[in-house]
Each structure stands twice: as structure tokens, then as C-alpha cells.
Design a protein around this ligand. Sequence first.
Ligand code: ZN
Length: 483
Amino acid sequence: MKYEAVIGLEIHAQLLTSSKAFCGCSTKFGAEANTQVCPVCLGMPGTLPVLNKKAVEFAVKMALATHCKINNKSIFARKNYFYPDLPKGYQISQYNEPLTQKGYIDIEVAGEKKRIGITRIHMEEDAGKLLHGETLEDEGFSFVDLNRAGVPLIEIVSEPDIRTAEEAVEYLKALRDILVYLEICDGNMEEGSFRCDANVSIRPKGQKEFGTKAELKNINSFRFVQKAIEYEIKRQIEVAEDGGKIVQETRLFDSDKGITVSMRSKEEAHDYRYFPEPDLLPLMVDEAWIEEIKGTLPELPAKKRERFVREYGIPSYDAGVLTATRELANYYEESVKLFNQPKVVSNWVMGELLRLLKEDGKDISKPSAFSLQPSAFARLLKMVDAGAVNLKTAKEVFEEVYKTGKEPDAIVKEKGLVQVSDEGAIIKAIDEVIAANPKEFADYKAGKEKLFSFFIGQIMKATKGQANPQVLNKLLKERLGKA
Ligand SMILES: [Zn+2]
């Protein structure tokens, strides 16, 4: 029997507001434990929450970017449960009447477009963090840091439209790209500001009813999302084929072993006893404000990708890489403006620039990350185009400008890297190399054509890599004659 998987994702995205969802405490990441807290986010009796307008604006932005319907009236609710990182004993969330619902985004997997529905996007607050003692003297103790308690989140719930682990990863990446483009979330899975739970079930192909689902938690990278879902699908199919019964449960992904393990079954599941939050009025969002927010939306990744392919004539793969962040896309566009060969610029950005950034563990979204300005970059490409430096030299100069911010012309001059295109000088080098390698010359003449590259290599060495390759190729062919 053939099975298919049914997957839905629940994503939590921390909003980049400077203060928390219901109080004025800072949300800055990495501060000393429990220094960003106040009576409201500590859940002291008698305090009252006040909703952060910026958080609502950010949630509305995400809704607009994902074609969701925005409800003019929505309700905050209390989600009750006990855990030491939750000082109030409940989380303020939205339940029956969320801020937004019924949207979608389009993804592409192996060249196929697919639409994934979004059930709802609702607002809520984050909990604190437990730190389990890891040093010798802390062993056996647990600590609580409430700096994160009350940080605003949106939860994005997908329809069960996803069928494979690849689709899940693409959907997740697309959502993250949108959040980052909107500058409302930093999308950092490792630091937990972008988190994903996956509901996975299987059913015989062709069957309409859903199977029993398992909820996968604790997946903190795109690679792990793929692995966890693949493992879970395989596990469920094996259970079904062995005649077993799949039980509804929450499973944790163990990234070391690459497996999911049962955490709790349905019987132990929480009953959150949701009820409307009595300390907050219904959230009213009017059309005028929605329109105003709409006017601030940037060009979104999918639109930008399409435009790059259309406007610059580059492959969609290139467009995908170049639009990964707004900053990278801007960098590319500024460079093309100054050196109008889009595919050449794309090759350099994807090849050299991204390689160097990766080596240094730097992030192009921080303009201070490197010194190579589009103007210097374009000047270097013009020098290559004019034959003033060869490709190998240009790559060295590129790296130098990237590191030091010096002018490419100055580096070329300083290091004596100007490309030799003068035929006389190249012919002299060819003759010297032939004279020094009589045996290879004879072998070549006798038909060993492979030795052509040997000569190229030797001459390049003799000219310190500065011979213009095209000129050298032409002259060497003339000099060696047909083998
Ligand atoms: Zn606070």
C-alpha cells in the first residue's frame, strides 16, 4: 500500500519590537538574566497589561504579506498552564477570534509551484527560559530567566497542505524570508526567535480522511526540520505496515540521533482552559490603519525574484540566491547599475562575495560586515572587462578590497598586478619556456597535445600569472603550430 504524508506547521516568530507585548520592558537579546522584567511581565497581582501597538502593526504586516484576511475585531485569551518559566500561570494568546486568518503563500519545489494555505496568524506573548545548571557547582539546579517572558510573538498556523519534508522546508524558508524582508523578525532559528513545530500524519494515497498525527517539537534548524519530518514519516509507515496503531502524541526531535522520541501522549496533553483575557479590551483594527500599513510594505521576496529574472535576464536560481535578503538584493542592484552585465555581477556576488562572507561567518544584512562598496566592485569588474587584469588577479584584488576597503586600482598598482597583454613580452616568455623544456616541446610536436596546458602553466608561472590568457592562448598556438 502506498502512503502519503500530511504535514502542517505551527511557527512562532518573535517580533522585533523594542519593548515587550504588554509592558515597557526591553526585548534586547542577550542581556543579563532577569534584568529586563517588571511587575507586569512577572505576573504580580494587581498589574494590568497594556498592548504594544507596534506588535499589532507587525502582525498586520505579516498578514498582508501572506494574503490573510484581517479581522477588525479580535480577542485576546488566556491559555492556562503551569510551568516555572511562566510567572502568571497563563499565557496571553488569541484563540477563537484571532487577528488574522485564511491566507496563503506560494512555494516552489523542484520547479513545481504549490500554494500552501495559512489557517491563521494570531498574537501572543513568549514565556521565559529555563537554564539547567551545566557547570559543576550548578549541577542539579535549574534557573529561570524571565527576560523573554512577555516578548511579542506571532503564531503562524498552516493548513495541512504540505506533503513532503522538502515542501515543509521550502514553506518555512519562504515564511522566514518574508518576515526578514518585513524587518519584523530576525528569523534566527538557532537563537529561537523563529521556531517550528510540525504536525505529521500519514494516510493511504487517495484516502480523504486524515490519519492520527504526531506533533514534532524541538526542531531548531532547516536541516533538522527536513530530517525530523523524514524520520517521522518513515516511522509511521513502518508502524502502519507492521499492523500497529499510530497514537496521537507529542514527539521531541533528537538531533544527535536524528530520531523523534515520544514526549507525551494525548492522555497527558494539556487542557488549556482558554477564556477571554479579562484585562484586555477586544483588539480593534480599522481599515484606514490597515491601508496605512499596506503602504509601508516593501517589495517581497517572490516579487523581487520574478523581477530580477525579468529585468536582468539572470537564471531563477541566481535570482533566488540574490534576493535571500533585502540587503544582498540592494547590493546586487547597485552594482549592476554601475556595471551593466547582470550575469557577470551575479557570478561574482554568488561566487566570491558569498564565499568570503561565509568564510568569515559574516552577514550581508549588516552593511558594516565588509568594506567592498558597489562602486569599487564595479570598477574592478570594468578592469577585468577591459583586459587590464586577468580573472585570477581580479579575484585576489576582490578579496583585498573586501578586507581593506582600498581602491582596486591602488591595489593593482601597488602589487604590480597589471595584466600583460603586450604581445612582444608574452612571445619572449613563450620562447624562454620552450627553450627551457626541449623534451616537452618535442613530445608536443610528436602529437602529445595534452602538453599545451603544461606550457600555459609554465608561462603563467614565468609571468607571475599576469599574462592575458586570451593573448597567451592565441600566441602559444601560433608558436607551437599544429601538433
Ligand atoms: Zn515587563
